[in-house]
Design a protein around this ligand. Structure first.
Ligand code: SF4
Length: 184
């Protein structure tokens, strides 16, 4: 099963985009951003039982400048929203966001003035993870799906175009005050 058996001639033809995609998806470093109860499940994903280290992701970074994945674990208050955006802005490109749990994805059961009705009002989200709270296995599944997305991310000018289009879409979302939920 060694790479020598797969490549007996010792030659591999590929594209830069494929190699970069493989390298990036194998070295994602999450930023520590636990906000509420979902963060406990995120922390347990780092334990030996769930073993996030198998993806090279065990290093949760305390500095946004050394992180490229923001896992928003928990509800985001209106007061926290600008802080979250600032941390996102300090992360280098390319970067990705997982909205972990219904609160981060849509406000969940907190349909009130204090809670952001979805973190995609302030940052572009790559993966929405349902559940209250989602189990570590669900977070790992979201990470595997994100890996697939990272592997197929375009490079250079095409990538920039894609990021700004996604961000424009998020910013064009209706304001919280205009949204109708189950209680309105
Ligand atoms: S989704 Fe559930 S577990 Fe997660 S922050 Fe909201 S209330 Fe807590």
């Amino acid at each position: 099963m060694g790479i020598e058996e797969k490549l007996p001639a010792g030659i591999l033809l590929s594209t830069v985009e494929t190699i970069v995609g493989l390298s990036r998806k194998s070295s994602v470093w999450p930023a520590t951003f636990g906000l509420a109860c979902c963060a406990i499940e995120m922390m347990s994903t780092g334990t030996p039982r769930h073993d996030i280290a198998r993806f090279g992701m065990e290093r949760f970074s305390a500095s946004p400048r050394q992180a490229d994945l923001m896992i928003v674990a928990g509800r985001v208050s209106q007061k926290m929203a600008p802080v979250l955006r600032q941390i996102y802005d300090q992360m280098p490109e390319p970067k990705w966001v997982i909205a972990m749990g219904v609160c981060a994805s849509s406000g969940g059961m907190f349909n009130n003035y204090a809670i952001l009705q979805g973190v995609d009002h302030v940052v572009p989200v790559d993966i929405y993870l349902p559940g209250c709270p989602p189990r570590p296995e669900m977070l790992l599944d979201a990470i595997i799906k994100l890996h697939d997305k990272i592997r197929h991310t375009p490079l250079g000018a095409n990538a920039k175009r894609q990021y700004s289009a996604e961000e424009d879409l998020a910013l064009a979302a209706p304001a919280t005050i205009e949204m109708t939920g189950l209680l309105r």
